[in-house]
Design a binder for this molecule. Structure first.
Ligand SMILES: Nc1ncnc2c1ncn2[C@@H]1O[C@H](COP(=O)(O)OP(=O)(O)O)[C@@H](O)[C@H]1O
Ligand SMILES: [Mg+2]
Length: 460
């Protein structure tokens, strides 16, 4: 639809240049009143309004979250704030009211409105708000315009007509703010395609930050990234929040991020606003969460508290547990296990061939009947430990005993599948057979068990 949103943005710099040193009055950053938008459809079918009666104010320096199911209108709302909608859309201007009504203002300047002139409806407003607003989209690839990281960062600054020295300063500062200042010296030699997903997205953020926008909109900036990339971008957003002095609008599904970052959040559903409130108030409202299928924090699934109000944070959950809670017939032994030690690990060290130290001095015991949860960040060694315990990895240092069998002994490791069942993360990695029967029988056959016994076990 748009050739490149960033390019559209940049083209508008020259005609709408505004000095950054001008005084900022304490006014609302974004004001939207009774805004409706319907995408034009040239096949003659009238589509539904993508945005319906949106009325909303975002304050200067606020961190504002937007969430809602796919197709709810989140991206459409972002485009409307930037002015891409309606100004970059081809609509039948004989009757623009079919598509749009209401108005959008940014820092008290009309971005879009519809007025009657000479008994005709016309769309007015300044249109695309650049450089005051930066818009970071989901897919970093589609937002690159140049051949090097340096050019990418300096393009917008050149449009602003800044001097070389100022451009260098701003590039360095922007890279610092997204945690990438270490590539500054090499920036003219690196092609954006050489960067990882997280770095690409941070580069896009930096190229907007360098233009010192008043508002930065991030439309699902982490949804195309791998876990490591997501963390990098989240850390960059965290830093932007800490630095302050920027109004941030973040479209995101992750409730924990919303709780950490957003001062307020908006829930969009089928083009309408169904709630605007602080994240904890939204997530604790069980009717709202259930009705609009909102991703809520896991703790809100635990149904302590009244039916209509759930706990949005661990702290409020602990508060809500009755102090004289009666656990009824549950005995301590039932969940802490008995005294038989099933797994004993002492001072366990493990390094992969490339030298990566995955486990460093781990010691613990697991008792019979015990249920133990192993938690840790990506790469903290959970799978490595599971592989050692199930006999897959033998090249470790320290003591690992399963039911008193020493796993340094390769015979014991080979026998481990008899004692430990290991379910991997990805089921496709552990299904080998073409039928369900053969799959269930596979391990038993490897253990040379008699066929009638196998048959009985598979069926049971
Ligand atoms: N360029 C377009 N032309 C026509 N309809 C569109 C266009 N972009 C989005 N829509 C429609 O507008 C509605 C809102 O879409 P969108 O804003 O992309 O939702 P979200 O970002 O919440 O997933 C959806 O029904 C979608 O199909
Ligand atoms: Mg979207």
């Amino acid at each position: 639809m748009f050739f490149s949103r960033r390019f559209d943005h940049l083209l508008h710099l020259q005609s709408h240049f505004c000095s950054w040193d001008c005084e900022v009055n304490l006014i609302d950053a974004v004001t939207i009143k009774n805004f409706y938008w319907r995408y034009p459809n040239f096949a003659g079918i009238v589509s539904d309004f993508a945005l319906k009666n949106i009325t909303l104010t975002i304050k200067e320096n606020e961190f504002f979250g937007i969430t809602g199911p796919s197709g709810a209108g989140k991206t459409t709302l972002c485009f409307s704030i930037v002015g891409l909608i309606p100004h970059q859309m081809q609509i039948n201007d004989k009757d623009p009211r079919q598509y749009i009504s209401g108005n959008v203002k940014v820092f008290d300047e009309t971005v879009s409105a519809i007025e009657e002139k000479d008994s005709k409806s016309v769309i007015t407003g300044r249109g695309v708000m650049s450089p005051e607003i930066g818009l970071v989209m989901q897919d970093p690839e589609s937002q690159f315009l140049t051949m090097s990281v340096k050019q990418e960062l300096s393009l917008g600054l050149q449009f602003l007509g800044l001097k070389k020295e100022e451009i260098e300063n701003r590039i360095k500062e922007a890279l610092k703010r997204v945690g990438m200042v270490d590539i500054y010296d090499m920036a003219d030699k690196i092609h954006p395609a050489e960067l990882s997903g997280g770095q690409k997205q941070r580069l896009i953020i930096a190229s907007f930050i360098a233009m010192r926008p008043k508002i930065l909109i991030l439309d699902e900036p982490t949804s195309d990234l791998d876990p490591a990339g997501k963390i990098e971008v989240i850390e960059a957003i965290q830093r932007l929040k800490k630095d302050g002095n920027l109004t941030v609008i973040l479209v995101e599904h992750n409730p924990e991020l919303m709780q950490d970052f957003a001062d307020r959040m908006l829930v969009l559903y089928e083009g309408s606003i169904v709630a605007i409130d602080e994240p904890d108030n939204i997530y604790s409202n069980s009717k709202l969460v259930d009705k609009y299928n909102i991703y809520a924090p896991e703790v809100a699934e635990l149904k302590y508290g009244t039916d209509s109000k759930r706990c949005a944070t661990i702290e409020s959950f602990i508060e809500a547990i009755p102090k004289n809670l009666n656990l009824g017939k549950v005995k301590k032994e039932d969940y802490v296990g008995n005294t038989n030690v099933m797994i004993k690990v002492e001072n366990l060290h493990f390094a992969y061939e490339d030298g990566t130290k995955a486990l460093q001095g781990l010691s613990f015991e697991v008792k019979q009947n015990e249920l133990i949860a192993l938690i840790g960040q990506n790469g903290s060694g959970k799978s490595t430990l599971s592989k050692i315990l199930s006999g897959i990895e033998g090249n470790f240092k320290g003591t690992v005993k399963v039911m008193d069998l020493d796993l340094h002994d390769s015979k014991n490791r080979k026998n481990m599948p008899r004692h430990i069942g290991y379910v991997f993360q990805n089921p496709d990695h552990q299904i080998f057979n073409r039928s369900v029967y053969n799959e269930v029988a596979y391990g038993l056959k490897n253990m040379s068990i008699d066929l009638p016994v196998i048959d009985e076990r598979v069926k049971s």
